[in-house]
Design a protein around this ligand. Structure first.
Ligand SMILES: C[S@@+](CC[C@H](N)C(=O)[O-])C[C@H]1O[C@@H](n2cnc3c(N)ncnc32)[C@H](O)[C@@H]1O
Length: 389
């Protein structure tokens, strides 16, 4: 496909997104309908779409033109490509630029209005929750997230894993402060097919997720419940961190939990998958990796920031409060309850924890930490609370 044809495909997908369709579904439907598109084309179209979703308002403002076409034009301008070279109707590319579009681009270039790549209601939430960091945080969400790997230290060492990856032309570097993490600096798209990945020596996992697991200071023989295990990212990180712990995993969605069986086998981890909701106080440590806005990971899933609404965010906070209270019943006296999210917003983090502590006088806060973007990866939060003996 020509660069112009890739832009034409991205415009179609962006229009579908603006009509409310999920971006992933649009991308896979497009790939199915256009079998001639090779993996490089699919990756390039995906990159245009995801860059655009991270920068939706700024790209629209760069072109001054509406719809998917205007956003793609903004992408083209931001990438320092000439719109005339792409939007000229040649090679299955987008239709040629109209005179009024040229004027709109000229006017947009002359404007110095500040644009935030968040919906308006969320700009206010960022301001009230993040104060003077709001603008910089929203701006940092425009960038692509790094690709991080967790080295399965139950099977190999970070040095050996980095060497094995390098032999497959996947260059990595260590991540300061997170000994299990490797950041992929070349050929991230080769990871899933690599021997190191296939043999369970590395997993895709953001460095902040790994840092959260490190905070838990797991001990031999501990009984641990991952209460919101999902596909088991944290479960497997805990299993690698402390292979002698006794791990159980639960998720309200059994379909999300199901792939963990195979993933655990590949990683050489032993995990007891629960099919009934745990409710008895029988775990030394319960981790609640709570459902959240995902704002700390909006660089990876930029659709999230456009689809969330104020009611949805309120509902999440209520759900977090409920889940934390339920999970706390599973902790033995003297045990610990850890609450984590990949959200940047205190209303989903410290506010939920403070609310819990106010209504559960048998718990006290031991430590809490907010991980800002790039320190070391996605935005994350973790609080560890101790239950009285
Ligand atoms: C942030 S995700 C977990 C990600 C996972 N821990 C990982 O590292 O891959 C939150 C999970 O909470 C689950 N969940 C939502 N409500 C729940 C509830 N009431 N009890 C248990 N799990 C719940 C969701 O199904 C979702 O899988």
């Amino acid at each position: 496909m020509t660069p112009a044809a890739r832009y034409a495909a991205a415009i179609e997908i962006l229009d579908g997104f603006l009509d409310g369709e999920p971006a992933e579904k649009l991308l896979s439907n497009w790939a199915r309908r256009n079998r001639y598109a090779g993996s490089k084309d699919r990756a390039a179209v995906r990159d245009i779409v995801f860059d655009s979703l991270r920068n939706l308002n700024s790209f629209a403002a760069l072109s001054g033109v509406g719809h998917g076409r205007g956003i793609a034009l903004g992408h083209c301008i931001a990438a320092e490509l000439s719109p005339e070279d792409i939007f000229n109707g040649a090679g299955y590319g987008p239709a040629p630029l109209q005179e009024e579009e040229r004027s709109a681009i000229e006017a947009a270039q002359a404007s110095s209005a500040e644009v935030t790549d968040l919906p308006d209601w969320l700009v206010e939430v960022f301001k009230s929750d993040l104060g003077e960091d709001a603008q910089a945080t929203a701006a940092a969400l425009r960038d692509r997230a790094p690709v991080d790997l967790r080295v399965n230290i139950a099977k190999t060492t970070p040095e050996a894993a980095a060497r094995a990856l390098a032999m497959e032309d996947i260059a990595t570097e260590p991540v300061a402060g997170v000994p299990t993490a490797l950041r992929v600096v070349e050929n991230p798209r080769r990871v899933a097919g690599s021997n190191a990945y296939q043999s369970g020596h590395v997993e895709l996992q953001d460095a902040a997720s790994q840092a959260l697991v490190q905070m838990l200071e797991l001990k031999e023989g501990q009984t641990i419940l991952d209460y919101c295990a999902g596909g088991g990212g944290k479960t497997l990180a805990m299993a690698a961190q402390q292979p002698r712990a006794r791990l159980s995993a639960w998720d309200i969605s059994q379909s999300r939990l199901a792939p963990l069986e195979e993933r655990a086998e590949r990683a050489g981890a032993r995990v007891n998958l629960l099919s009934a909701m745990p409710a008895k106080a029988e775990y030394d440590l319960v981790l609640v990796d709570a459902p959240c806005s995902g704002s700390g990971a909006w660089r990876r899933n930029p659709e999230g920031k456009w689809r969330l609404d104020a009611d949805g965010l309120d509902a999440l906070q209520k759900l977090q409060t409920e889940v934390l209270a339920k999970a706390s019943k599973c902790v033995v006296p003297g045990g610990a309850l850890a609450y984590g999210t990949c959200s940047l917003l205190p209303r989903e983090n410290s506010e939920v924890v403070n609310g819990f502590l106010n209504s559960h006088s048998d718990y006290e806060l031991q430590i809490s930490r907010s991980f800002a973007l790039n320190q070391p990866g996605d935005g994350f939060f973790c609080a560890i609370m101790q239950k009285q003996l």
